[in-house]
Design a protein around this ligand. Structure first.
Ligand SMILES: C[S@@+](CC[C@H](N)C(=O)[O-])C[C@H]1O[C@@H](n2cnc3c(N)ncnc32)[C@H](O)[C@@H]1O
Length: 222
């Protein structure tokens, strides 16, 4: 266990003991993926592990565009079993995380995580078809996408526009677009598609070596 003080970072809702990242646990006593829970000055914090969560990897790799606020409504595409979504839910305590996941197997694990965090809403749905979940998403300030599927930028754009988001973070897995292409070229193509659609690209951050051949593209207004 870390003996160092846990302090707020420049990113809202993100804490650090100078070595590791944490979020303040909104479901005290519960870990989601085996992460360490640490008590500090009357609150409980969950270690945010960058080899398990690409959003933590992005911060570790030097990403600075972080639009999440306490009241943010986040549309999260590719929620899997709730690892990163639960950390986002710890941050947007007065907002909501709408969690879209296509795999029934992952969804089964996601549901109990949502049950312990009232600001997480699960949808078993296909992120390429926003109509499948628009009935339950009153709007989204932020779109976060992490789905390993060809056409990642276009799927992101479809959702960004459908929910009138003002900022977003998009994970690009290079191998899902073209296994033979240089990842840097794949990231450039995704960036170009986002720019051509009128989005302001803020940062493109490679996540290697924490996530091999992945990059995070941050867009929109802070
Ligand atoms: C890399 S995992 C996401 C990990 C997760 N973001 C985290 O950090 O905890 C990608 C997930 O996207 C899901 N997925 C792939 N295609 C999808 C689609 N079209 N709609 C919704 N989810 C999809 C997969 O089933 C998988 O669970």
């Amino acid at each position: 266990m870390s003996g160092a003080a846990i302090e707020a970072t420049e990113q809202e809702g993100v804490y650090s003991d100078r070595e590791r990242l944490y979020t303040r646990n909104s479901a005290p006593g519960r870990a989601v993926y085996g992460e360490r829970l640490i008590s500090w000055r009357g609150a409980e914090y969950r270690e945010w592990v960058p080899t398990r969560s690409k959003l933590a990897a992005y911060l570790r790799a030097g990403g600075t565009f972080f639009p999440f606020r306490k009241s943010s409504k986040v549309l999260y595409l590719g929620a899997a079993s709730g690892t990163t979504t639960s950390h986002v839910a710890d941050i947007v305590t007065d907002g909501a995380v709408y969690c879209v996941e296509i795999s029934p197997r992952s969804f089964r694990d996601l549901v109990p995580v949502c049950e312990s965090r009232p600001n997480m809403v699960p949808f078993l749905a296909d992120a390429t078809k926003p109509r499948e979940y628009s009935f339950g998403v009153p709007g989204a300030d932020i779109v976060y996408q992490d789905i390993a599927q060809k056409g990642q930028a276009q799927i992101f754009l479809r959702n960004y526009k459908a929910f009138s988001a003002r900022s977003g973070l998009l994970v690009i897995k290079s191998r899902s677009e073209d296994v033979t292409q240089d990842p840097e070229r794949t990231y450039d193509e995704a960036r170009r598609q986002l720019r051509e659609a009128g989005l302001k690209v803020r940062e493109v951050v490679r996540l290697d070596p924490m996530e091999k051949d992945h990059a995070m593209i941050a867009v929109g207004e802070p």
